[in-house]
Design a protein around this ligand. Sequence first.
Ligand SMILES: Cc1ncc(COP(=O)(O)O)c(C=O)c1O
Length: 383
Amino acid sequence: MAVTETFPELPLFDLRLREQDLQAVAQTLRSGWLTMGPRTAAFEEAFAAQLGARHAIAVSSCTAALHLAYLAAGVGPGDEVIVPSFTFAATANAVLYCGATPVFAEIVSREQPYLDVEDVQRRITARTKAVCVVHYAGYPAAVDRLRDCCDARGVALIEDVAHAPSATLDGRKLGTWGLAGAFSFFSNKILSVGEGGLLCTDDDDVAALARSRRSHAMTSGTWDRHRGRTDTYDVVALGYNYRLDEPRAALLLSRLEGLEADIARRRELTLRYRELLAQVPGLIVPFADADVPGSSCYVMPVMLEREGTQSEVARLMREHGVQTSIFYPAVHRFSAYRARFPDVSLPISELASATELTLPLYPHMSEADQDRVVAALAQAVAT
Ligand SMILES: Cc1ncc(COP(=O)(O)O)c(C=O)c1O
């Protein structure tokens, strides 16, 4: 049965695979070996090299990488992990997987929508095991100051780098500032292959734990047994099935070659967006032009100055064929979180969530497409 998809005229994300990407997957399918094996290992090596990290461990999602990172930081029942609420739910969900408590901290402002270091400091207690920083939209958070703060208090720093492959702060890649970094290769991400993730670390013990737990903490894998390395195995801890598979590893390896060119184009488009959006009254455009070179420019967020207009502006843009999204509804306001943590109040995160709209951005977007998005936005905001 043929499956057809319908997309908006100007979608938020649009993925175009090159012929060589398709060939890499086809070759893998023909090889007859589909679960984690040599292509996964090759991708890990290439990813670690471009990142400048000692270890890269490919897993089934960024959520899985966050779970393993928290476990490696020793997070367990009774512990707390400080996270932003202005993020995707996975950052906090993975804390709950460990039986620990996410403690939500405030962002700096709508112009700088990342963790406020002073607020994090205030929320550190004897139970705090880790802080997880999110590099929202691909822009570096104040990870240098957070690291100093975490080091001073003996707390692990984890980076949720789902948005920020190859982004840097002071020339150092994001994901390499703390104990571990967690990347996403989900469908709408910069290095997308449908589903996938990766944990990076310089710490040998963290790497060993992640490698073991991603495959049920078995002492040997199916690929080892296939090559006759061993014909049995032990299970030495509680592990998970967080394995990546070979077709996606092959696609990642092939797409990694185009990563820097993709990001360079995203930066050009972002700077042009910023120039156009500066002419539109009623908007706050987070970050500054000077932040763009260090960012991977994953998405183009804007904040509407007027509260209460978000859904109407989104609706008017949809009428013009332009898809928008909200990055992100505050996690502590979701039903499942309100039920557990009814007293959390984070006014800046709540305001950001109630006024944010994410505009279409993808490397092959044309300048005419951008002009259309900005014209539709200007008209909708003025209505
Ligand atoms: C900030 C952030 N963290 C974590 C995730 C989870 O990634 P994944 O879907 O690969 O589990 C996402 C996106 O989906 C995200 O945007």
